[in-house]
Design a protein around this ligand. Structure first.
Ligand code: EPZ
Length: 407
């Protein structure tokens, strides 16, 4: 689909089920490379990024069987042969880089170009490469932009992450599970998606302790076997739906959530004055824009406020009675949505790694385009509240991470 055309002012009503987590399913699919027998993953969401990582691992020789319509896929990595991820796929999606760890663990070699992905600022991979070297790998970089990482054997080590990087924590886990001896990751990321990856690896036979804390230890094992695994719900999709329901909903029931994963965003929505009821694995949102209070947001690593949700929430903050502030500590340049929202009537003042959202400002329809995945979500939220018709271009960004946000 080239563009979305949204008529503002219609109220959302009814229920929506949150899909499995994109940022868990991508590393978990990469993790199936480690097993010498097939793994069956359940409820895999139909996302562009899932398609891309499946193409990457198929190009490495993995056999993929899509069993049925509701997202059950079998990955058989017993036929893993290649060790180079195709450039045209890697440049589309940064998460392709997560095949490095398992390739090193299984084949002792991995070749990949600098990964691409969302335009939200510099996204270096120095922490990943330093960690692989700490495990005994040799990293070389050729002038055509390809990294070659080789290791006759991986030996466990103590690795301190300068930043609690989600991707680096995952790549280290995916390499260290078959390294000789013990690996300790200090200052590891604590996101729920990390825990879900560790749950898969443990089922495969890995020996890991401390997932969800800032110190994870891994005892290497010889062999990992395939397993069945159901992915956790997507907390970022759930948070996006909460914001949409608050912005344009009457009564909306958001199903298949883990409320604990959403505490940062639900507490901020309550601070704004959004009415919500948490009932088991559902959240009922009573939408409405009257008397919303401005707030301050500071993005943090989990369990802090997720950087992936500051963009959609900013659209709602344009309707608060006063000035809100967003400080972005993870991706200082993640503000592609500000310009787009301002063209719809918002008054967002942009500064270095932060912005002020002056509200309330009536929003009007406009021709806008998604600069990245979560900017696209922010524009949908704004279009639902706007007076008139909004055209959103570059919809492919939205399709990367939301299975049915506009269906
Ligand atoms: C994951 O990206 C997510 N992607 C991102 O979601 C999410 O925004 C991010 O974690 C933070 O939560 C996936 O899981 C596929 P990081 P990742 O490594 O692993 C710096 C979305 O919208 N850094 O935790 O790439 C980096 O520059 C996407 O779904 C280094 O400096 O994030 C950034 O400032 C966007 N060197 C910070 O760490 C490194 O080697 C966070 O990066 C690695 C990272």
């Amino acid at each position: 689909m080239e563009k979305l055309i949204i008529q503002g002012g219609n109220r959302l009503e009814g229920r929506v089920r949150v899909s499995s987590a994109k940022n868990a399913v991508l590393p978990i699919i990469a993790g199936t490379l480690l097993a010498s027998t097939p793994s069956k993953l359940l409820e895999i969401p139909n996302l562009e990024d899932v398609g891309t990582i499946c193409q990457v691992i198929e190009s490495l020789g993995v056999k993929i069987t899509r069993n049925n319509a509701d997202g059950e896929i079998v990955f058989d990595a017993s036929t893993l042969t290649a060790t180079e991820a195709p450039y045209e796929l890697v440049r589309k999606m940064r998460a392709s880089f997560l095949v490095m760890g398992p390739l090193l663990a299984r084949k002792g070699e991995a070749k990949i170009s600098m990964p691409g992905g969302c335009a939200i600022g510099a996204r270096p991979i120095d922490l990943h490469l330093k960690a692989f070297e700490a495990l005994g790998a040799k990293v070389s970089y050729s002038d055509n932009g390809t990294y070659t990482i080789e290791a006759d054997r991986l030996v466990g080590n103590k690795i301190y992450l300068d930043f609690a990087s989600v991707g680096a924590t995952i790549n280290i886990l995916l390499a260290a599970v078959k390294a000789e001896g013990k690996t300790t990751i200090e200052n590891s990321a604590k996101e729920p998606e990390i825990i879900d990856v560790v749950n898969l690896l443990t089922k495969m036979g890995a020996k890991i302790r401390g997932a969800g804390t800032d110190t994870i230890t891994i005892e290497g094992v010889e062999t990992l076997c395939g397993c069945d695994h159901e992915i956790i719900p997507d907390r970022i999709e759930a948070g996006t739906f909460l914001v949409m329901a608050a912005a344009a909903g009457e009564k909306v029931i958001i199903q298949n959530v883990i409320p604990q994963h959403l505490e940062a965003v639900t507490s901020k929505l309550k601070e704004i004055g959004v009415k919500m009821d948490i009932v088991g694995d559902s959240i009922i949102v009573h939408g409405g824009l009257d008397n919303l209070k401005p707030i301050d947001i500071r993005t943090q690593v989990y369990p802090g406020f997720a950087t992936d949700l500051q963009q959609p929430l900013t659209a709602l903050l344009t309707q608060c009675q006063g000035a809100s502030q967003v400080v972005e500590t993870i991706y200082p340049e993640r503000f592609g949505h500000s310009y787009q929202l301002n063209s719809m009537g918002a008054k967002i003042d942009q500064e270095e790694a932060m912005c002020y959202i002056n509200g309330p400002t009536p929003l009007h329809g406009a021709r806008v385009y998604a600069t990245d995945l979560r900017c696209g979500a922010a524009l949908i939220v704004a279009a639902l509240m706007a007076d008139g018709v909004t055209e959103i271009g570059n919809v492919y960004h939205i399709d990367r991470g939301y299975e049915n946000i506009y269906h």
